[in-house]
Design a binder for this molecule. Structure first.
Ligand code: G4P
Length: 522
């Protein structure tokens, strides 16, 4: 098979959702569809109990499968599917956001009983900013849910994206009859624990379908859909692929119901790997030489060794195990011998990979987030990965002042690796680190001790709202502990506002000072 065909076969995506919306259940059902596992409930032992938050090794051990299942791949209907995990809960970190730089599309799961929740909004924003196509699955229709029209309104208003319902629920909870599939003109009947059945809408007037056709809930839904056909947006694959419209599917991951029609439609519509920007050109996936970039570094996967695994997304050409590649940042040649692909609960050695695939490569400490690895004479670097809005901030110092040198070295290295973000107080020059999730601090503290032999003291300064300032508008007199003035790694000034109230108060008082939200999405 040629490179072009291999590229077209690949669908690389992540599932974004708020904890408990059904991501694990959905992943299991997809793996079942891909015949990768025989029974559900094996993706991760998520209810395996609490871990001691101070011990990263323990966290790693307990997480076990959940870590190795960061990427899952399987063949489905002639496609090669790669699902990337976006950890939530206490696992939420910048890596969760960065994963979104390595996918070609996203499935957003919304709990029909709850509507849109906080973590979904955060992850959605990153997708929107990057123009990633988003497919929506509204889950838990077997429960008493919110009104589907309200859910559509909420998606449009809160997330500011056009919706196109691909199907529409007929009843919900105890009265849930199934879904009307507008896109394929069929009714999919919900039969509880039994398999779903498909009825072509043309056949609705046949005697055997009379009971459904005459059911008042069904009739109401047909009327509702007629209104939707007249008033709603038209389906546009072009707009879907541009990230401007989201096709919406209803169903239940647990039942399972509506999963097959959703996934069959998704694999056909979702984009294959596309071109990617470098500093001064665009590289297409069928560019003949191998290239890829590192979007995540997982430390201490094996507690016995201090090894690390770097996750690389292949962007062009063909990867072959044992090949020599160049690390574009340093010009160094590296042989990629120890490479892994992640299949559900096991790590297999990968022999070859194509654009869209994710491979795990052994990292002796040479890689940084965003690094480009490539083969061939033409040397380029893919665009830097963006940084993401930190929300939690801590002041950090070494317990033992004699260790100042190792302390600085450790922090610098971990910042370069992308484990945490560093800010310097102004004019005090104190160290303040920012993260998007608590896990990052645990990893930071653990690695500083184990890899740099420095015990660090962390002092929380709470959730903060960062806003950048123009240099010429900086006036140190205006800031204090409450609204802390700091510099970022590019020496730009920003203020860490104590809370929303403090921010609004400042804006009212100093209307002339421009505050910039680097992460605002329109
Ligand atoms: P997450 O990975 O997004 O955090 O969610 P997960 O799949 O673990 O699902 C969270 C809870 O919601 C689970 O129940 C799961 O069984 C349930 N769930 C998922 N999809 C559906 C659905 O379509 N309908 C209904 N009614 N429930 C659904 P739990 O009781 O918290 O966990 P468990 O004891 O079942 O493992």
């Amino acid at each position: 098979m040629g490179l072009q065909e291999e590229v077209q076969k690949r669908k690389t995506f992540a599932i974004i959702s708020h904890p408990d919306a059904g991501k694990t259940t959905m992943t299991e059902k997809l793996l079942l569809q891909g015949n990768l596992i025989r029974s559900a409930g094996t993706v991760k032992g998520k209810k395996s109990g609490k871990f001691a938050t101070s011990d990263w090794m323990e966290i790693e051990k307990q997480r076990g499968i959940s870590v190795t299942s960061s990427v899952m791949n399987f063949e489905y209907e002639g496609f090669k599917v790669n699902i990337l995990d976006t950890p939530g809960h206490e696992d939420f970190s910048e890596d969760t956001y960065r994963t979104l730089t390595a996918v070609d599309s996203v499935v957003m799961i919304i709990d029909a009983t709850k509507g849109i929740e906080a973590q979904t909004i955060k992850l959605f924003k990153v997708c929107k900013m990057r123009g990633i196509p988003i497919f929506t699955f509204i889950n838990k229709l077997d429960r008493e849910s919110r009104d589907p029209l309200d859910l559509m309104d909420q998606i449009e208003e809160v997330l500011n994206i056009e919706t196109y319902p691909m199907n529409w629920p007929v009843g919900m909870g105890k009265r849930f009859l199934g879904i009307l599939d507008r896109y394929h003109n069929q009714f999919i009947q919900f039969n509880g624990n039994e398999e779903e059945t498909y009825i072509d809408l043309k056949d609705m007037d046949l005697p055997e379908n009379k009971a459904i056709a005459e059911n008042p809930t069904y009739q109401e839904t047909v009327e509702e859909l007629e209104l939707l056909n007249e008033a709603g947006d038209q389906f546009s694959l072009e707009r879907v692929l541009a990230g401007e419209q989201t096709p919406v599917f209803f169903g239940s991951a647990l039942a399972p119901f509506g999963i097959e029609v959703f996934f069959n439609t998704f694999v056909k519509m979702a984009p294959a790997p596309g071109p990617r920007r470098t500093k001064d050109e665009v590289i297409h996936p069928d560019y003949p030489d191998f290239s890829g970039f590192i979007f995540k570094i997982q430390a201490n996967m094996n507690p016995q060794h201090r090894d690390r695994v770097a996750f690389l997304r292949v962007c062009s050409g063909r990867f072959e195990r044992g090949m020599n590649v160049q690390l574009a940042r340093t010009g160094k040649t590296i042989r990629l011998g120890q490479t892994q692909q992640f299949v559900a609960s096991s790590r297999d050695t990968v022999e070859e990979a194509y654009p869209g695939d994710i491979i795990g490569i052994y990292d002796p400490g040479s890689y940084r987030i965003g690094d480009t690895l490539l083969d061939g004479k033409n040397v380029f670097e893919y665009d830097e990965l963006p940084s993401f809005p930190p929300e939690l901030f801590q002041r950090v110092s070494a317990k033992n002042v004699m260790k100042a040198k190792q302390f600085r070295k450790g922090i610098e290295q971990l910042v370069q690796e992308g484990a945490i973000q560093l800010f310097r107080g102004y004019p005090t020059d104190s160290y303040i680190i920012g993260a998007v999730g608590q896990l990052q601090y645990e990893v930071f503290q653990h690695r500083m001790k184990n890899e740099y032999n420095v015990e660090v003291m962390l002092e929380s300064i709470g959730d903060r709202i960062p806003r950048w300032l123009k240099k010429e508008q900086v006036d140190t007199k205006l800031f204090d502990e409450r609204n802390l003035l700091v510099k970022d790694r590019d020496d730009e000034f920003l203020v860490l506002f104590k809370n929303d109230f403090a921010l609004r108060w400042f804006v009212d008082k100093h209307a002339d000072i421009e505050l910039i939200d680097l992460f605002e999405v329109n």
